[in-house]
Design a binder for this molecule. Structure first.
Ligand SMILES: *[C@@H]1O[C@H](CO)[C@@H](O)[C@H](O)[C@H]1NC(C)=O
Ligand SMILES: *[C@@H]1O[C@H](CO)[C@@H](O)[C@H](O)[C@H]1NC(C)=O
Length: 430
């Protein structure tokens, strides 16, 4: 109950609950961007919280309107296929990456042999990563492979220190632990630089110069509007968005790009991170840099249903990358929200609802075969496939996937992590 009240407190006030600190007098109206008036009342989407009352999940078409981004239409997917010469990743085929900013421009330039680099990241709030955390990394690895381009991965351990009740040392340790899971996704060491903010900020004058440039061009009023900060937030939080903005500019990485400041950046991320990059895109031209382009993904639903995203702080809502085959099976059988009917007879007669069924949603993320997925959807909807059978397919999909991840993570040595996290030149032909 206390946890639930804390979440509610944060939703209403926009800040973490602290014992003995009264809430601010002027409660901020949650504001997620330029046209927040059009927002559906039930969907809350910001970097710290995602909730909706709709069992099918957030209304992503409305979110595109609200955030002012563009839908990834079939035409764009076809174009990515043509330009890369590869079958589009299932996340593109199935609309899991559903929204973008300036992706056509990135492809126009790429066709004219003007390449780009990738930037993604993670907030290391604990040692435990769950399967949902892998989504941006699986997709970014695919982009790196098909376009053959460099990648920077920011671990915002500084952010977690500012937002959570953790020590600086803990946050840094989580960053290094998370880097192992990220490396286990198979990134090319010759094309990938992973950095902890706590390490890199202090060692890179060029990075810090860009942070300061962004800080000078964003007012407190603007970040209040974008992120819902209040007068009682610490000044570290208020200036943090500049640190998440800086990797969007190529000269933040002189060991990779030298003094070049004109290299286009493409950011694959979940759409809740968009506020940071709306701000970045607003600032970029004013400080002489290209605007970063974006590819936005949907959220990975909690086991209990698509009303919230999977959260590492609720063990029952998450399948962790450290879970055993047995734990995966138990969690899915016990907690995965089902769109099935109460009895087998009813289910056979009326069929299940795949649109709200969490096991089916997870299969859209992880089952590679389009035809098999469509057959499962049809059979579940008609009632031919029972909930238990659907869950079994998901269990048998996730168990080997997570076992393989665990095997690969075991191979990641401290030495390898150090190599990935050392500022150094990368191999690429621009
Ligand atoms: C990285 O580059 C080194 C030196 O050029 C090469 O030996 C190695 O095979 C490359 N690694 C990968 C994963 O391509
Ligand atoms: C998680 O699920 C288990 C088994 O159903 C239950 O005993 C436990 O109380 C749940 N924990 C939370 C935090 O809800």
């Amino acid at each position: 109950l206390l946890l639930k009240l804390k979440v509610e407190y944060k939703q209403i006030t926009g800040q973490d609950y602290k014992a003995g600190c009264p809430p601010p007098e002027n409660l901020p109206v949650p504001d997620n961007g330029p046209s927040a008036e059009d927002a559906t009342e039930e969907d809350e989407v910001n970097p710290w919280s995602v909730t909706t009352t709709n069992a099918k999940g957030v209304d992503y078409d409305k979110l595109i309107l609200r955030f002012g981004s563009s839908k990834i239409e079939k035409e764009l997917v076809d174009r990515i296929e043509k330009v890369s010469g590869q079958k589009p990743h299932r996340f593109l085929r199935r609309g899991i990456f559903f929204s973008h900013r300036d992706m056509h421009q990135v492809l126009d330039a790429y066709e004219k042999h003007k390449s780009f680099y990738l930037y993604t990241g993670r907030g290391p709030s604990s040692e435990a990563m769950h399967v949902g955390h892998l989504i941006p990394f699986i997709f970014t690895k695919w982009l790196q492979d098909v376009f053959d381009i460099p990648l920077v991965i920011q671990l915002t351990d500084d952010e977690k220190y500012l937002w959570k009740d953790l020590s600086v040392e803990e946050c840094h340790r989580f960053a290094v632990e998370n880097a192992k899971d990220i490396i286990a996704c198979g990134f090319d060491i010759n094309k990938t630089f992973i950095f902890s903010d706590l390490d890199y900020m202090g060692s890179s004058p060029q990075f810090y110069r860009n942070v300061v440039k962004v800080q000078k061009h964003v007012t407190f009023n603007q970040v209040k509007g974008i992120f819902g900060f209040t007068d009682s937030d610490c000044i570290g939080k208020i200036s943090f968005p500049a640190i998440q903005a800086a990797p969007s500019f190529s000269n933040s990485f002189p060991h990779i790009f030298g003094e070049r400041k004109d290299i286009q950046c493409l950011i694959p991320c979940a759409i809740d991170q968009d506020p940071y990059f709306r701000m970045t895109r607003d600032v970029a031209p004013r400080i002489g840099y290209p605007k970063p382009a974006l590819l936005h993904s949907t959220f990975f639903p909690a086991l209990q249903g698509a009303q919230t995203k999977m959260s590492a702080s609720d063990a029952n809502s998450s399948i962790f990358l450290t879970d055993s085959a047995k734990q995966i099976k138990n969690k899915i059988n016990k907690h995965a929200f089902s769109g099935g009917k109460d009895t087998v007879e009813e289910h056979r007669q009326f069929g299940g609802n795949a649109e709200v069924d969490v096991s089916f949603m997870y299969l859209t993320f992880f089952l590679e075969d389009d035809e098999q997925l469509e057959k499962i959807r049809q059979d579940y909807t008609s009632g031919a496939l029972l909930t238990g059978e659907l869950k079994k397919i998901l269990i048998e999909t996730l168990q080997p996937m997570i076992a393989t991840h665990q095997e690969r993570r075991k191979q990641v040595t401290e030495e390898l992590v150090k190599q990935f996290m050392t500022p150094r030149p990368l191999n690429f032909n621009f």
